[in-house]
Each structure stands twice: as structure tokens, then as C-alpha cells.
Design a protein around this ligand. Structure first.
Ligand code: MG
Length: 161
């Protein structure tokens, strides 16, 4: 078994859709970024890559590359899962915590788990999606941005691992 950790932050701005775990959530602001800025999936990708001993997402999906402008982060996640397979790994489980002051995330958690588990090729119960406010403290509390932490466990499926 191989464990990895990931962290990501994106700025909240007006005029952008809010996409978390592949779910479009109605809100007054959205996350800014080159791709769809899905902070939860970005943290997860870094956890998966880290567990496999690979580089971070900035290495595989450079923000300077126009191919990733507005990219669906679930598609990037699918690419990461393919990369893991080539390296001889498959995901076992993952757990994420989103830091967001608003809006309420609870109603969307099951859809996020369904989206992410489908791409990872695991059962939804192997994917934890949790959310907390930051008690109005700091950049998250002041609604300037959102952050996410993730851990992931992989198992070796080939000799390369
Ligand atoms: Mg990011």
C-alpha cells in the first residue's frame, strides 16, 4: 500500500462557475483558475500522484498550456488514473476535506463521491468527501478562496511499482 497527500487553494471570484468534485454548485462566486479550478479534485490528483512517487499536477498539466484552459478536472483525474496504471498502481481509497465558508456543500456530497469514485474505479464508499467552514477566519473565512486537503491510498498491480 502507498499513501499520498495533496493540498490546493483557489481564489473565489465573481463571474466564474463553482465546480467542486465535478458538481456545478449554484453560488454567487466561483473558483478562479486556468482549468475549471475544481480545488477538491486538484488536491486529490496531487495525493494520487504523490502516492505513486510521481510529480505534482503542475508538472503534468502546466497552466501555461492552452490545452488545459477551462479543462474538466474529472478528465484530468482520469488521465492521472491512467498514469498510475502505467506505473503499476490502482487507487484503493481516497479521503478529502474541503474548506469553504459558503455555500452549503452537504447536499452535493453524494454526487461528488459518485463522480470521483467512477473515475477512480472504486466504490463510492471508498471515497470520503467532507467539508468544513473556517469559522470566518482567514482567507477561507473571508470568502476570498477555498482550500482542500486529500489523502489517497494505492495498491501495486504490477512489477513496476
Ligand atoms: Mg489547483
Amino acid at each position: 500500500m502507498f499513501v499520498g497527500f495533496g493540498y490546493d487553494v483557489h481564489r473565489l471570484v465573481e463571474g466564474r462557475p463553482l465546480i467542486l468534485g465535478g458538481v456545478h454548485i449554484p453560488h454567487t462566486k466561483g473558483l478562479d483558475g486556468h482549468s475549471d479550478a475544481d480545488v477538491l479534485v486538484h488536491a486529490l490528483m496531487d495525493a494520487l500522484l504523490g502516492a505513486a512517487g510521481l510529480r505534482d499536477i503542475g508538472h503534468y498539466f502546466p497552466p501555461s498550456d492552452p490545452a488545459y484552459k477551462g479543462a474538466d478536472s474529472l478528465k484530468l483525474l482520469a488521465y492521472v488514473v491512467e498514469l498510475l496504471k502505467k506505473e503499476g498502481f490502482r487507487p484503493v481509497n481516497a479521503d478529502m476535506t474541503l474548506l469553504a465558508e459558503r455555500p452549503k456543500i452537504g447536499p452535493h456530497v453524494e454526487q461528488m463521491r459518485a463522480n470521483i469514485s467512477a473515475v477512480l474505479g472504486v466504490a463510492p464508499r471508498r471515497v470520503g468527501v467532507k467539508a468544513t467552514t473556517n469559522e470566518k477566519l482567514g482567507f477561507v473565512g473571508e470568502e476570498q478562496g477555498m482550500a482542500a486537503y486529500a489523502v489517497a491510498v494505492l495498491e501495486a498491480i504490477g512489477p513496476e511499482a
